[in-house]
Design a protein around this ligand. Structure first.
Ligand SMILES: *Cc1c(COP(=O)(O)O)cnc(C)c1O
Length: 419
């Protein structure tokens, strides 16, 4: 008997996930129902970020369809703090998670009621604490010292702070883009110290409501999410058993990822939702009165946004095509590969006014900054483009403009529109 043949090596290099969130009509990308060049005229300049309302609401609808109905959906607004986006999200989600008093102001301005806002983040300033306590939002305490400071601030203001304790779990979300728990961490209180802290919360007269357990981010594997969620519930049950009062709220983190790089596929939300349903049904008996919350950032907004810049010059250096654009890492650090990536990979990039194009070629897209780091696409197959064409970086609705060094090199700022 002959040994089975080894699988045929794939001749196709890994591809970006298919573009499904924006229609392509007459070979032009349409965002917010408008052909891209017309949208650029309507905005009045390039570069700009465009966020699409219908994609945002479609994403919330998909989550509502697949996640268990009792699970509260929060928006972690650091993913995209544009006030118009936060306002739109505020009308669709059950709560907003903020991480600075600047974000708190935007969430309150957007009309989110303070009981539905929680405030996490290490190193909260005196201004963060007093504004959050005066607003009546839930403080996610990140240390014992912060707990004492919150209690003092409450006394000074004559208010009883509403608090949760952020736990640094004794596990992590496996195969995540960014690990936020397990081992030593600047976030939260080590799980083994939480029981004593909850006693102290009660002694200080703080209005303790719950636990916040966030174990990671940017995950595309339902099994990894399921494992982390199941450990989160087990840890919460253990901590709740010793707590001086009932666990009212469990924020079980999020971590749902979106496909950025070649070879990555969209998360199977049906499977994630079915797993969560089973877990929450089991948890019901041990934590009967607890409200469960999931907090998502990029999964809610990341696929709904595009960064648009214009080709200034098509340049050939020793046979390599460079599209030099008016946009770059000063607006979109993440697409340049300098926001947390270990090995630089290309975001999905298209020529927005000729998506398929006529002749295609391999080109690199660069910005106007005098640094080799200013690279939006490295040797990517694209429609052949000329000066005046529009380059679009997809998957750019999260950690875009607000996560970029706008002041670096003094080029003009990008605009943002919600369409
Ligand atoms: C950043 C952050 C999030 C959002 O992460 P995404 O990967 O954008 O979903 C959620 N919760 C906390 C505590 C965070 O710090």
């Amino acid at each position: 008997m002959s040994a089975p043949l080894p699988p045929k090596p794939s001749t196709q290099p890994p591809q970006h996930a298919a573009l499904t969130q924006f229609p392509v009509l007459d070979d032009s990308l349409h965002i917010g129902g408008m052909a891209l060049e017309r949208l650029a005229q309507r905005v009045g300049q390039t570069p700009f970020y465009a966020y699409d309302r219908s994609s945002l609401s479609a994403r919330v609808a998909a989550l509502r369809l697949h996640l268990p109905p009792q699970l509260q959906l929060h928006y972690a607004m650091k993913a995209n703090p544009m006030p118009a986006v936060v306002q739109l999200m505020a009308g669709m989600v059950d709560g907003i998670d903020v991480a600075s008093h600047g974000e708190l102001k935007i969430a309150l301005d957007a009309g989110m009621s303070p009981e539905r806002i929680s405030f996490a983040g290490p190193g909260k300033s005196a201004a963060d604490l007093s504004r959050a306590i005066a607003a009546g939002v839930m403080l996610n305490l990140e240390s014992e010292h912060e707990m004492e400071r919150a209690a003092e601030t409450g006394q000074r203001l004559g208010l009883r702070p509403v608090v949760a304790v952020r736990v640094n779990p004794d596990f992590e979300l496996k195969s995540s883009g960014m690990k936020m728990g397990g081992g030593p961490k600047p976030f939260g209180v080590d799980a083994e110290r939480v029981p004593a802290m909850l006693q102290r919360c009660a002694a200080l007269g703080l209005d303790w409501r719950g636990l916040h357990i966030y174990s990671g981010s940017q995950n595309l594997k339902p099994e990894a999410l399921h494992e982390a969620q199941s450990k989160t519930l087990a840890l919460a049950q253990r901590l709740a058993a010793d707590a001086p009062s009932a666990l009212q709220v469990l924020n079980m983190g999020g971590g749902f990822g979106i496909p950025y790089f070649p070879g990555e596929a969209r998360l199977n939300l049906e499977v994630v939702g079915a797993n969560l349903r089973r877990l929450l049904d089991q948890a019901r008996t041990e934590l009967p009165g607890t409200e469960f919350v999931i907090e998502l950032g990029r999964y809610l907004v990341g696929e709904a946004g595009a960064y648009v810049c214009r080709v200034v010059e098509r340049k050939i250096s020793r046979g390599q095509v460079y599209l030099v654009t008016d946009g770059g890492l000063h607006h979109h650090l993440a697409a340049s590969g300098n926001f947390g990536q270990v090995i630089r990979k290309n975001y999905p990039v298209v020529i927005g006014n000729k998506v398929h194009g006529g002749p295609r070629e391999t080109a690199s897209v660069v910005g106007p900054l005098c640094t080799p780091l200013d690279l939006l696409a490295d040797n990517l197959p694209l429609a052949q483009a000329e000066a005046g064409d529009l380059v679009v970086v997809l998957q750019s609705g999260a950690y875009g403009l607000s996560a970029s060094p706008a002041g670096f090199l003094g080029h003009p700022a990008a605009l943002e529109v919600l369409v």
